[in-house]
Write a protein that binds this ligand. Structure first.
Ligand code: FMN
Length: 187
């Protein structure tokens, strides 16, 4: 697929059905993510692929860690987190395992991972895999980072939900860039 067409046609799929991507498709998606622009070639991205019954375990981790972070977490939020990973057949957790005190800033390392996610989303669209990038409170949970095997200083860049695209989803018209333009301030 033409790259510009993929960029303009891509749209998130909040509702994703089974099946999820097969092993070959998953490999293509992750290879695309790992081919992001990467300051210092630090390869900061880490991927946890969660499928099948493992999604139940991920849901338990999301809910339990949220309660650990906030003992007053309402039951309704606990339940929602418990079921969150079941919204798609496959969830890829993307984590930036960052190097602190490096000449390449932590921000650059996180941005490289975000660029990788966009690569993944574009290839997903091109090969007919539905996807949506989610973060929410769990991405900021220190206890979840540790529960997933990372350190508190690492960053969860996203939970990428993958599956068979929902039957109907929006088509977006290309934005005019005019409202986003700013002139370089004069001296
Ligand atoms: C870093 C990031 C985090 C996001 N987190 C969420 C989220 O937690 N929940 C959600 O519904 N959408 C989230 N979104 C937005 C969707 O992924 C999607 O991009 C948005 O709905 C716009 O739709 P589009 O991708 O079809 O243009 C996030 C997007 C980004 C870039």
């Amino acid at each position: 697929m033409d790259i510009e067409l993929a960029i303009h046609q891509r749209a998130s799929c909040p509702r994703l059905d089974a099946p999820g991507p097969d092993a070959e498709q998953l490999e293509r998606l992750l290879r695309a993510a790992a081919r992001a622009p990467d300051h210092g070639l630090l390869r900061p991205w880490r991927f946890i692929v969660v499928q099948g019954d493992e999604r139940v375990r991920l849901g338990q981790m999301l809910a339990q860690c949220a309660r650990e972070d906030d003992p007053d977490l309402p039951d309704v939020k606990y339940e929602k987190l418990l079921n969150a990973p079941l919204r798609a057949p496959t969830v890829v957790v993307v984590v930036a395992e960052v190097i602190l005190e490096h000449k390449v800033s932590v921000m650059d390392q996180i941005m490289a991972c975000a660029a990788g996610v966009q690569n993944l989303l574009l290839v997903a669209h091109a090969i007919g895999v539905g996807a949506i990038w989610r973060t929410g409170a769990p991405a900021l949970s220190p206890s979840l980072k540790v529960r997933l095997g990372f350190r508190r200083e690492d960053e969860i860049v996203g939970f990428i939900y993958l599956g068979t695209p929902c039957a109907t989803h929006k088509t977006l018209s290309a934005d005019s860039v005019a409202p986003f333009m700013r002139a370089l301030p004069s001296d």
